[in-house]
Design a protein around this ligand. Structure first.
Ligand code: CAA
Length: 392
């Protein structure tokens, strides 16, 4: 939709089920995940036990339809779950975020047969999914993908490489975007495939050492003539770019939810610290400069949360302005998370800069929410294009 947007009057109020899920997951994350967060960050290893915990609690089933063993949760419910896990540990929240992201192409454009084949194992958490769009030369410019998929009988042969693929090394199912017709118009060149791995010709060539979300593997993947049955093509040939954009419209709120959770975790830690740490004979929170920072952190976090919940409500209701809502909530929440976690480190002073307290990790984790699933600059571009339309 182009032009000054109708901000609509669609309101939301959390249902009893959503409130119950929020409270239950907050307790679970406080009890079972928060105590592990520092160790996950330090070792940089994927935590199978947290995956099993989330699977056992049916958290990984949230995005999938009931007919295929899922819970059939709406976007707001999924985001509430991501937020509560991220409040304790951003890395752990990616287990749900990426399970949803990697499965969205199938959810949005997959056939019933494909859903029946893949969703039960994804919903049970037995198999992980990943979203393989980005390439070394195709980051923000998603249409510039070079990985080729060439039809050969009843299969496609995929050749190329993908970069920065979250969970690419541990997923059993990859949504891979590849060029099927290099001569087609720019946005009709790509197709999307459900690639089951391990497979002949598939390999993981590199794992990144990252600033944050360190327990979540980010992989470089090689496809050297990987044969994928035609039955695994998601949608029609040429639909790939549209599927990628529709996926990101529904997955960016998940990153916003992660950002809101990280910000809330940092605010909680900073508030607790400001209540007990004494300097100049009083609690540091009683010094007005620190109190003002805490107030700003609270207001920013809540503003981001409210925009996120509103965006989820609009997207779920089929707003014609989905791309804008999705980009706005990710933009505002990502920037809020970065600002709030940076201020949290400031509230802790020197103690904020060392590993003993969680806020330095949260600050490092927050940065990724301004980068992945489209940088903040790309979110601004998406919002501006919905206002202005494309240049002539
Ligand atoms: N939703 C729906 N449709 C969209 C869209 C959106 N968000 N953005 C663009 N489109 C549509 C346009 O309306 C247009 O449609 P028509 O042809 O019908 O007019 C078509 O797509 C082409 O649009 P543009 O001309 O604007 O396309 P572009 O090539 O200039 O690029 C872009 C648009 C928004 C920059 C897009 O390339 C983009 O989103 N880039 C960012 C990619 C990204 O987010 N990558 C993240 C990788 S995943 C990741 O990080 C996950 C992880 O590890 C956890």
């Amino acid at each position: 939709m182009v032009g000054v947007p109708d901000t609509t009057t669609l309101g939301y109020r959390l249902t009893e089920e959503q409130e119950f899920l929020r409270d239950t997951l907050r307790d679970l994350a406080d009890e079972k995940i928060a105590p592990r967060a520092a160790e996950i960050d330090r070792t940089g290893e994927f935590q199978e036990d947290i995956r099993r915990l989330l699977a056992a609690q049916d958290v990984l089933a949230l995005p999938f339809p009931e007919a295929y063993g899922g819970v059939g949760a709406d976007l707001l419910t999924i985001c509430i779950a991501i937020e509560q896990i991220a409040r304790a540990c951003a890395t752990s929240s990616l287990i749900l975020t990426v399970q949803a992201l990697g499965s969205l192409p199938l959810l949005l454009a997959g056939s019933d047969e494909q859903k029946a084949r893949f969703f039960p194992d994804l919903a049970s958490g037995q198999m992980l999914a990943a979203f393989a769009l980005t390439e070394p030369e195709a980051g923000s410019d998603a249409a510039a993908i070079r990985t080729r998929a060439v039809r050969d009988g009843d299969a496609y042969v995929i050749t190329g490489s993908k970069r920065f693929i979250t969970h690419g090394s541990i997923a059993g199912l990859l949504s891979v975007f590849a060029l099927t017709d290099p001569d087609a118009p720019r946005h009709r060149r790509l197709s999307c495939f459900a690639v089951e791995v391990p497979a002949e010709g598939f390999s993981v060539s590199r794992l990144e050492h990252k600033m944050g979300i360190r327990g979540s593997p980010t992989a470089e993947l090689q496809f050297d003539g990987v044969r994928v049955p035609v039955a695994n093509r998601i949608g029609e040939e040429g639909d790939g770019f549209r599927i990628a954009m529709d996926t990101l419209d529904r997955s960016r709120p998940g990153v916003a939810a992660q950002a809101v959770g990280i910000a809330q975790g940092a605010l909680d830690a900073a508030t607790a610290y400001a209540r007990q740490r004494k300097q100049f004979g009083e609690r540091i929170g009683d010094h007005q400069l620190v109190a003002g920072m805490l107030a700003d952190m609270d207001a920013r976090t809540e503003a981001a949360r409210q925009l996120l919940y509103k965006a989820c409500t609009e997207i779920e209701a089929g707003s014609p302005d989905t791309a804008r809502w999705s980009a706005m909530c990710k933009l505002v929440a990502g920037d809020a998370a970065m600002a709030v976690t940076t201020d949290a480190v400031q509230v802790f002073g020197g103690y904020g800069y060392i590993e003993e307290f969680p806020v330095e990790r949260m600050m490092r984790d927050a940065k990724i929410t301004q980068l992945y699933e489209g940088t903040q600059q790309i979110q601004r571009l998406v919002i501006a294009r919905s206002l202005l339309g494309r240049p002539d």
